[in-house]
Design a protein around this ligand. Structure first.
Ligand SMILES: Cc1cc2nc3c(=O)[nH]c(=O)nc-3n(C[C@H](O)[C@H](O)[C@H](O)COP(=O)(O)OP(=O)(O)OC[C@H]3O[C@@H](n4cnc5c(N)ncnc54)[C@H](O)[C@@H]3O)c2cc1C
Length: 364
């Protein structure tokens, strides 16, 4: 017989934990499921101080935010099921779980999907050699497994992820030979770029990696300048002696479960690609199935937490744990904070894209 709960949250990252905390505080019976041995999602890899506003814990390290969320979840009476993969979602919000060498089912009145994102790859000659890896994988190796992936690294991509992981490689004792970025300008925050530059790492904009060379692993990377169409400019090739090539070329929403549930999607490049449509409550086109965090469009941990709160409140309200008045008031406060996070030169584009999702959702 299937186990039952009121609210099942898939993914124990900042979005899933925040959703579970709000729903638990409202009095709902909540189970959070995560494939890892420890909850927290990306947060436990992020030893750096977060950016953003004070209200969103700028200056606090991701690890600390993760620990705080775990404590709050416990206080809210949230149950966690770790080391457990949700391999499928079936009719009537029934989840297929794989754990401890067996499978089982969990039926929920509401499901909140907060599965995060996967790293984009970049195909070039030699990209399958050992030593070519995602920047997020590099972070996992260093901060979770305490393993330095190599001694001399090339970082591909100068967005926030590429810049932050470059700095973390330096802190862990590796040399970052260069950061290459195809665009004419650095994509990440100036504060991160400055730290990397001050450490003596050249950030080469308008450059890309052409190929990786080596016999059994990466031994060299060939880079070149690119024109405005991203075409390599002949005669500008340079060979760098590296044993690691880290790819920080974007993230895509990890949306398999939402596809499987039959949710409607839109392709929105500014949010990382195919994104499940959702309304202001984070509810998808399937009743009782909510999304939050990077799955609902690639942004940041701070927005992921706020979206999680919205989904948790909305799910709890739909199950009668919050009066309409109280639910709407609390969600209104979250919407205000989300709007503040989506202001400024970095946030505006995301605000417009999120608006597109809401409008598209209304037409379905
Ligand atoms: C290098 C780097 C630096 C960053 N720095 C910042 C920063 O300074 N400030 C900031 O605000 N943001 C930062 N971010 C972004 C932030 O980490 C993400 O936006 C945030 O973690 C997204 O939260 P989430 O809960 O949606 O996903 P995640 O944190 O990725 O959590 C999703 C969880 O779901 C689990 N999961 C997925 N599928 C399944 C399944 N089928 N079954 C069971 N479990 C599953 C995953 O294993 C994971 O634990 C950074 C990201 C990176 C990579």
């Amino acid at each position: 017989m299937a186990r039952k709960t009121e609210i099942a949250v898939v993914g124990a990252g900042p979005a899933g934990m925040a959703a579970a905390i709000e729903a638990g505080r409202a009095g709902a019976r909540v189970i959070v499921i995560d494939e890892n041995q420890r909850p927290g999602g990306q947060l436990f890899k992020q030893i750096h101080k977060f950016f953003g506003s004070e209200a969103h814990r700028a200056g606090t390290r991701g690890v600390q935010i993760g620990l705080d969320l775990l404590r709050e979840a416990e206080e809210a009476g949230v149950a966690t099921l770790l080391d457990t993969v949700v391999y499928g979602i079936f009719s009537d919000r029934c989840l297929g779980l794989a754990r401890e060498h067996h499978t089982e089912e969990l039926e929920a009145d509401a499901v909140i999907l907060a599965t995060g994102a996967s790293e984009n790859a970049l195909a070039f000659p030699g990209w399958t050699l050992p030593g070519v890896m995602g920047a997020g994988a590099t972070q996992t190796l260093i901060h979770i497994h305490r393993v330095l992936p190599g001694k001399r690294a090339l970082m591909v991509g100068a967005g926030n992820v590429g810049l932050i992981v470059s700095y973390q490689l330096l802190q862990a004792g590796a040399k970052v030979v260069a950061v290459v970025e195809g665009l004419p300008a650095i994509g990440g925050y100036g504060v991160h770029a400055s730290k990397v530059r001050r450490a003596g790492v050249p950030i080469l904009t308008g450059h890309t990696v052409l190929r990786a060379e080596g016999r059994e692993g990466v031994e060299r990377a060939v880079i070149a300048r690119v024109d405005e169409n991203w075409k390599p400019i002949a005669g500008t090739e340079r060979t760098l002696e590296v044993d690691t090539i880290c790819l920080a070329v974007g993230l895509s929403p990890l949306a398999e479960l939402a596809w499987m549930a039959g949710c409607e999607f839109r392709y929105i490049p500014a949010l990382g690609g195919w994104v499940p449509l959702h309304d202001g409550n984070m509810e998808t086109t399937r009743k009782g199935i909510y999304v939050a965090g990077d799955l609902a469009g690639i942004e940041e941990a701070s927005t992921a937490m706020e979206e999680g709160r919205l989904a948790g409140l909305a799910a709890a309200q739909s199950l009668g744990h919050l009066t309409r008045e109280r639910g709407e008031k609390k969600k209104g406060e979250v919407h205000k904070r989300l709007a503040a996070l989506r202001m400024g030169s970095f946030g505006e584009g995301r605000a417009i894209s999120k608006e597109q999702i809401l409008q598209a959702r209304e037409t379905v």
